[in-house]
Write a protein that binds this ligand. Structure first.
Ligand code: NAD
Length: 483
């Protein structure tokens, strides 16, 4: 990637264009500039929505099989450029290459899954609806909801994009995508793949830029039927308020403060592995981070000493280091935000068990050591708010009921994990947790067939599965009198 030139950050109506703004993109592991991307503004958003509107009626009327073929071509294009995309993810986001490989494979699986669903639409369309009267006949149509705006964050750049883009295209919608200004490079590469996939011009449009310059005008444009947003709660609320002005449908994937529950008969090695995965994967920058670890009192001491030993042994390093286990935080703002949370936790009386600072062998880059706290006050920001960094709060519980109460005592309800040798107990606890997805005795595996989203202030709607496509469809019934 050349630093001397500025990458075009707009892909509108099948053409790459330069935008009026300049976005500096950095490598968070080295703090060095990676690229300059030209970002758009209100005018660019208007042009992208113009193109999407012009393409809509033709794309909406294509057969599902045709849309499926394009989605499959995108999946193949991602597969062909897998290695390059992994490197871009790692370079732009700071995540280890092995994590970037999981991201890219998730993107491929997502486009393939929605290719299948698009193909299945042809058989479903215009299906008869059983009525209690022979005087009438009714049929059901699933129609694309229109031009949609997709706004995504920086923590899993291509993945959050694929979870919206693949079902939107499968449903027959035209799209304006706004990637995070922090990590636009993977999406620019994905757009280059889409440009070669056979998708008609104007169906997919990309406008890089900041939230205020691009996201805000997209949310207010009256021609946009729906906004699908993933990001922080603060911005999600603003997007919802703006979308309300033109009564747009919104899907929101927001923050989390999720728990791992280690029941009294848990396998300690597995529990430690799950705690590290749930807290330190992607340097903890996951909406699904299980940053509260609730452990049965009888196991607490043994668990904590093993967890501390494992966390201290985690190799924090450059994402391209062959031994790396945890990479860098995404940028200076996130690094300062995480250190600020740690500082406030200490002031609130929490006890630092390990970490809490940058590794001494890494003077540059936005690295923070895996951090564990105990004795975290239940009303502190550290316990209640999303840290979005490699920070775990460990707390013991006396009874199953207390564990469930502690886990559910949150404004969020995205995910949870449970570990126990007693399957019945684990299933019982899973049923009692207020979360959209619960894992039992496993790391956070994700399948496109299984819904993503949560309770309370974590989400509105669900992504993935058939629900992910329904989010971009309108339901139409046609009733006629029978002769
Ligand atoms: P963010 O809310 O700052 O930004 C998200 C996106 O919104 C970016 O593209 C940004 O440019 C844009 N934006 C900012 N201001 C805007 C405005 N006024 N109008 C329209 N768009 C605007 O979030 P972030 O820091 O990029 O990502 C971290 C957050 O994302 C965390 O809170 C995390 O929990 C959340 N997240 C949630 C999920 C989920 O599935 N629930 C997944 C990943 C990340």
């Amino acid at each position: 990637m050349s630093l001397s030139s500025t990458l075009n950050g707009l892909y509108i109506d099948g053409q790459w264009r330069a935008g009026s703004e300049r976005l500096q993109v950095i490598n968070p592991a080295t703090e060095e500039p990676l690229a300059t991307v030209s970002g758009g503004d209100e005018q660019a958003v208007k042009q992208a929505v113009d193109a999407a509107c012009a393409a809509f009626s033709q794309w909406a009327s294509t057969r599902g099989a045709e849309r499926g073929a394009v989605l499959r071509a995108i999946a193949n294009g991602v597969q062909v450029r897998r290695e390059h995309l992994m490197q871009l993810q790692s370079r732009n986001n700071g995540k280890p290459l092995f994590e970037a490989a999981i991201d890219v494979d998730d993107v491929i699986a997502c486009f393939e899954y929605y290719a299948n669903l698009a193909e299945g639409l042809d058989a479903q369309q215009d299906g008869a609806v059983a009525l209690p009267s022979t005087a009438f006949a009714a049929r059901l149509r699933h129609e694309p909801c229109g031009v949609v705006g997709l706004i995504v964050p920086w923590n899993f750049p291509m993945v959050t994009t694929a979870w919206k883009l693949a079902p939107a295209l499968a449903a027959g919608c035209c799209v304006v995508l706004k990637p995070s200004e922090v990590t636009p490079l993977p999406e620019l590469e994905l757009a280059a793949i889409i440009a070669e996939s056979g998708l008609p011009n104007g169906v997919f449009n990309l406008v890089c830029g900041t939230g205020l310059a691009v996201g805000a005008p997209l949310a207010v444009d009256p021609r946009v039927a729906k906004i699908s947003f993933t990001g922080s709660n603060a911005v999600g609320v603003q997007v919802m308020q703006r979308a309300a002005e033109t009564v747009k449908s919104v899907s929101l994937e927001l923050g989390g403060k999720s728990s791992l529950l280690v029941l009294a008969d848990a396998d300690l090695d597995l529990a430690v592995e799950l705690a590290c995965g749930g807290g330190f994967f992607n340097a903890g920058q996951m909406c699904s981070a299980t940053s509260r670890v609730l452990v049965a009192a009888e196991l607490a001491d043994a668990f904590l000493s093993r967890l501390k030993a494992r966390a201290e042994a985690i190799r924090v390093a450059d994402p391209f280091d062959p031994e790396v286990e945890m990479g860098a935080l995404v940028n200076l703002a996130q690094y300062q935000r995480v250190l600020g949370h740690i500082e406030r936790g200490l002031r609130a009386g929490a006890k630092l068990i390990c970490g809490g600072e940058r590794p001494t062998d890494l003077p540059r880059g936005y690295f923070v050591r895996p951090t564990i706290f105990t004795d975290v006050p239940l009303d502190s920001a550290l316990w209640c708010e999303e840290v979005f960094g490699p920070v775990l709060c460990v707390r013991s519980f006396a009874t199953e009921e207390e564990a469930i109460r502690l886990a559910n005592d949150s404004q969020f309800g995205l995910v949870a994990s449970v570990t126990s040798r007693d399957e019945l107990a684990a299933e019982r606890v899973a049923n009692a947790l207020q979360a959209g997805l619960v894992w039992i005795n496993t790391a956070q595996v994700i399948f496109p067939q299984v819904a993503w989203g949560g309770y309370k202030q974590s989400s509105i709607g669900r992504e993935l599965g058939p629900w992910g496509m329904q989010a971009f469809q309108e339901i139409k019934h046609v009733i006629r009198a029978q002769k």
